[in-house]
Design a binder for this molecule. Structure first.
Ligand code: BGC
Length: 359
């Protein structure tokens, strides 16, 4: 086993730069922008932001995480309206403006009904408290209403964490909802939320999501998706060394490692050609680290470090080894070069760096 002290200068430099990117990308409201340099990512996604707040907590920046949680709570309160349970037709969006307003683009332009971010937020909120954060009654009350919203909506198909396939029930979304409901049940001491999570756990292990001993992308797919790693990290819905997770991870490693050594989202991904993703390669390294595979974890960290631009910015993905070479340029023409620096990529590098330091 190697010690964290042996991290090279590049790695340590990237950790410091990553913290700076997250600090600079946090709006005075507490929201994290997805990517300051990419026009259509000028929003606060609950998913990206929650993982950024988690990375800040892991890095000891608790005030930053607390500010994010306050932002989310006030935003949800404003948009959920009075009385949540029973209000099942009201769908909360995946992203807000940096001041917590609904974004200008309509649902028809850009899929917005995604439930994973709300589960992820609840999970990171409880983690924040575990690390010493204080949750006032307003925060706890909003956590309860968010959990009620999730409990009321969790049976519905919704867009996945990649904002795709809105007519399916996605396995990593289900895991985020389970984790969120269990976290809220714990925070609020509410057994019915735990019971709801237990029924979702049974669904998670039904053939819709678990096949041949491993988890699959969604209820109508036998494929893997790299977001399945979240079942174990950070959510802990399935232990990292559980045989079901081992089988899933084995497939992710075998099927989704690209020629450059980074991890792809899923086979058939056409977004910017479907390249190797920085945040997912960091996630893979985190998973290896938790399994005490120091070599695998360090290899992933080196890959991420090499993906950084000269000034240390991490892109969303690398397009050097696309699955579809002819699909890179159309996206560049539509929305510009790959989003860089993506705050979520930097967040996951910080989490990996912390995991490496613990080996
Ligand atoms: C990704 C989402 C992400 C968003 C902002 C999308 O392209 O699919 O997972 O939340 O960008 O980073």
């Amino acid at each position: 086993m190697t010690s964290g002290g042996s991290r090279d200068d590049l790695g340590n430099g990237l950790a410091a730069h990553s913290l700076a990117v997250l600090r600079e990308g946090q709006h005075p409201s507490g929201a994290f922008v997805a990517c300051p340099g990419y026009p259509i990512y000028q929003y606060a996604w609950l998913r990206d932001g929650s993982f950024c707040a988690y990375a800040m907590d892991v890095s000891g920046e608790h005030d930053s995480a607390a500010a994010f949680h306050r932002f989310v709570a006030s935003t949800i309160r404003r948009n959920l309206g009075p009385g949540t349970s029973g209000e099942k037709e009201r769908r909360l969006p995946a992203r807000y403006t940096l001041t917590g307003e609904l974004e200008r683009l309509g649902e028809e332009d850009w899929p917005n009904f995604q439930l994973d971010g709300y589960g992820t937020w609840l999970w990171t909120l409880r983690d924040h408290r575990t690390r010493g954060g204080t949750l006032d009654t307003g925060l706890l009350d909003t956590a309860g209403r968010t959990a009620d919203y999730l409990a009321g909506m969790c049976h519905l198909p919704c867009y996945d964490c990649w904002e795709e396939s809105g007519d399916r029930r996605h396995t990593s979304t289900l895991a985020a909802i389970i984790a969120g409901l269990e976290a809220a049940a714990d925070l609020l001491d509410r057994q019915p939320l735990m019971d709801r999570a237990a029924s979702l756990r049974r669904e998670l292990d039904s053939p819709a999501h678990l096949r041949d001993g491993g988890y699959v992308k969604h209820d109508a797919s036998g494929a893997v998706d790299a977001s399945l790693l979240w079942l174990s990290l950070p959510f802990g819905v399935v232990a990292a060394d559980d045989p079901r997770m081992a089988k899933t991870a084995e497939r992710i490693g075998a099927e989704l490692t690209g020629p450059g050594g980074g991890i792809r989202r899923y086979l058939g991904d056409e977004f910017y050609g479907g390249g190797e993703w920085t945040l997912l390669t960091a996630w893979w390294g985190w998973y290896r680290a938790v399994l005490q595979d120091a070599r695998g974890a360090r290899e992933a960290a080196r890959w991420v470090e090499a993906a950084a631009t000269e000034r240390g910015d991490l892109p969303e993905q690398l397009t050097d080894h696309p699955q579809f070479g002819d699909r890179v340029e159309p996206w560049e023409r539509k929305w510009g070069p790959v989003a860089t620096p993506l705050l979520w990529s930097h967040a996951m590098y910080l989490v990996l760096d912390d995991a490496l330091a613990r080996l």
